[in-house]
Design a binder for this molecule. Sequence first.
Ligand code: DON
Length: 303
Amino acid sequence: MNMQNLLEDIAGAVQSQLGQGQVADYIPQLATVDPYCFGISVATRDGEVYSAGDARTAFSIQSISKVFALALVLALDGEDIWKRVFREPSGNPFNSLIQLESEGGIPRNPFINAGAIVVTDRLLSMTGDAAGAVRGLMREETGNAGIDVDPRVAGSELGNSHRNASLAHFLASCGNLENPVEDVLDSYVKQCALAMSCEDLALATRFLASNGLRTDGTRLLSPAQTKRINAVMLTCGTYDAAGEFAYRVGLPGKSGVGGGIVAVVPDKCAISVWSPGLGRSGNSVAGVAALDEFTTRTGWSVF
Ligand code: DON
């Protein structure tokens, strides 16, 4: 298989889907992005990178950051986080408030907003700078020291963060936050506002396709921890569309409302796609179509 030709083919095949769906506008700054962008990158376990389309354009990674915050907490703190967050699919939208009250302030999983706020709270306790820790991991894994928080996106989200503030205050009322609500929200919003390209994200996600080994050969996670993160991505990474994503793509994946998705082919490669138009559950329409095309043509799914 010629990977470069395949990615160019896929970029051509999804042209008709570009502009479909809605660009996220509840964070006003995200609505300024061109809905017709599309990029795809593959970073193989042995260090090769293939790309097509707008794969070098930086975009807002948003919820994709939740995977990296979780990886750091597991690496620094072991399994204790699972006392504060479940790991079951929620079947609800990513920013839903309903389940959190009926389940006593323990979020369903670390990838819905409530769960990610708890993970970021723990990372903040451990490092003093949760967004800085996520940014550091991204810079080291990609070799791109220019990766940074986009302050316009962070400011735009912070000014419109009533739902996340509600979730954080409710978590605090249940004793499930260690730090002040304002500090946790500030860290969470900044980690979500990291700007990265498809190439950056594919490289940064590679440790999940390498049994937890980092780019420099050192270990971030044990093989068992890596398996578990991939499992939670498969079941919870695309929210109330996780069943549809498993059906179409058949890989662990994590989406963000900036239109990015990362996916993992264990032992082979990490894939990153980006197109800003989102479906109802907040996953990129053309991004899911591209990943569907990729696994259907290569046979590289976990099923
Ligand atoms: O908290 C939020 O709503 C955003 N910062 C992230 C949401 C997100 O990316 C959901 N993913 N599809």
